[in-house]
Design a protein around this ligand. Sequence first.
Ligand code: ADP
Length: 349
Amino acid sequence: MEKRIRELLAAIVHPETERDLVASGFVEHVAAAADKATVVLRFAKGRDPFAVKIKKAVEEALRREFPAAEVLVVVKEGGAAPRPEPKTTSSAGDIARVIAIASGKGGVGKSTVAANLAVALRNRGFRVGLLDADIYGPSQPKMFGVEGYVPDAVREEGVDRIVPADAQGIELMSIGFFIKPDDALLWRGAMAVSALKQMIHQTKWGPLDFLLLDLPPGTGDIHLSIVGELKIDAAVIVSTPQQVAVADVVRGVELFRNENIAVPVAGIVENMAWFTPEELPDNRYYLFGRGGARRYAEEHGIELLGEIPIVQSIMEGAEEGRPAAGIDPRVERYYREIADKVVTAVMKG
Ligand code: ADP
């Protein structure tokens, strides 16, 4: 009976891996008795969008084959991806790795990339936190639809801690929870820095596998003080095709590579790399030039982590508080690749 159960599982294909459940390595346990069939499946991701559908398909197949038996299908999610070793950090909590997302200029999609990368890492089963440190335009609360969140403070071992928002399974802390968007520009450097320090050290994080930092655009004092507060394990630079050639990106990369800062640059993400109209899905229009990021990456010995086209669902997802990497399979695929490359880069370091 057990052999027959495995044959049935081998006939069910996971839509994403495009392989059957056995070949995908998703079958953790099979047990059979005269009146009982038990299957335990473990999916690689923390939240597999197909989990419910596949569980049903397995139950149906087993019931059809063994009408008299009691059928039990258990789905476990996540756990296939190796977690980074935890390391002891200061007061910032139990955080294994810190990844900064930076850009030379505003408007290139840095915050969008940070949000979607956080979702892609979550989908891989990692425990993820996101610190929105973009004081000039904190946009993460909107990206995750938690604008109204008012952080609670709890006292823990004599210290006040601020509770992050639960943003679709991601721990989110944003400077936007504390200031009105219109006031952001009035913040002087010192005020912003002290608020950021507080968010870094007093947030009740984790335990986390990855903390993503959505940095302000450019290369200012704020960057230097954040780097001084928190050991950053890797930087991801976001650029559009137009911006990649200009001095801002170069300065951004050089900031991290500066010997006093020495943050490894995991690579560059080219955002809005091309446009594909809905009705001509095979056409790519390189509105702002082509291959710039790839060339830049090659010339400077930096990895090209990925190229993301202009996609309507990315823009709409940002407006509606649901990052597209969590709902649009096409976007999910782009970000899954970037997430895997970032994880590899960070694990090496
Ligand atoms: P930044 O953080 O660099 O200032 P944002 O992440 O706020 O930039 O993005 C700027 C605007 O561009 C937002 O409206 C966002 O929805 C949109 N956007 C970013 N990336 C894409 C993309 N790949 N496709 C479509 N729209 C995008």
